[in-house]
Ligand binder design. Structure first.
Ligand code: ATP
Length: 234
């Protein structure tokens, strides 16, 4: 579904990606783990078109989208939940969710999707008329996910969904991620919390200073000595 080949990207003279190769197949949950500044966010931004590639290719379902403008990628049904969630704090919870359906025209479908989001995230229903800024970190993460799901994405890009959350909420968010996968959403999950991410992932990639240094099944990476030492605090 998503194929990245020999991708490089720069911020001015700083090279953030050094020839990245990575693949996400339809229906898979793939995790990308790595420390601070490894280039994970940069890679996500090249997939959504927010950061230009210097060389290499990003293909989606066989089409080269490397140089396609971000807004032209919207109909491809790729949705990104950005790092730090970025909900509109002054808008109500419900208005934030509805924003995710801004490209949709079918009103009946939008209302039914909204109800299904409330079914999946009951706390958002309870707080639907409150300003999004009044939600806790975990609730804002759920809101950002609900907003992304309203576009009915086929590929969901999640940037550090566990950031700033308590261990209990991290478990809750990852349970939702697994549930989404079971419902057929293809997921590319970027995480510093390698343990949580590799536990749910079918496959994983480890990134260090802009390069992929290891790739294997989530389970094998969890048991890999170098991964344990570097990322799992074992
Ligand atoms: P984190 O988890 O901390 O967000 P990351 O793995 O997502 O880390 P990136 O944010 O992609 O890493 O950063 C990769 C490299 O690019 C880092 O060396 C970083 O300092 C640099 N970088 C990121 N954004 C910019 C920018 N706007 N201008 C200059 N350099 C940047």
């Amino acid at each position: 579904m998503l194929k990245i080949e020999n991708l490089t990207s720069h911020y001015g003279r700083i090279q953030a990606l050094h020839g990245v190769d990575l693949e996400v197949n339809e229906g898979e949950l793939v995790a990308l783990v790595g420390g601070n500044g490894a280039g994970k966010t940069t890679l996500l931004r090249t997939i959504s078109g927010l950061q230009p590639a210097s060389s290499g290719t990003v293909s989606f379902e066989g089409s080269d989208i490397t140089d396609m403008a971000a807004e032209k990628r919207v109909p491809l049904d790729i949705a990104q939940v950005p790092e730090g969630r970025q909900v509109f704090t002054a808008l109500s919870v419900e208005d934030n969710i509805r924003l995710g359906a801004f490209t949709k025209k079918d009103k009946v479908e939008i209302e039914s999707d909204l109800e299904s989001m409330y079914g999946r995230f009951p706390i958002l229903k309870e707080k639907r008329n409150q300003a999004a800024g009044t939600l806790s970190g975990g609730q804002q993460q759920m809101l950002a996910m609900a907003r992304a799901l309203m576009s009915r994405p086929r590929l969901l890009l999640l940037d550090e969904p566990s950031m700033g959350l308590s261990p209990v909420l991290v478990m809750e968010i990852f349970a939702i991620v697994e549930e989404l996968k079971e419902q057929g959403v293809t997921i590319f999950l970027v995480e510093q919390n390698a343990t949580a991410a590799l536990r749910v992932a079918d496959r994983g990639y480890v990134m260090e200073t802009g390069k992929i240094t290891l790739t294997d099944s989530g389970e094998k990476l969890l048991n890999d000595e170098t991964v344990k030492a570097a990322y799992l605090g074992i």
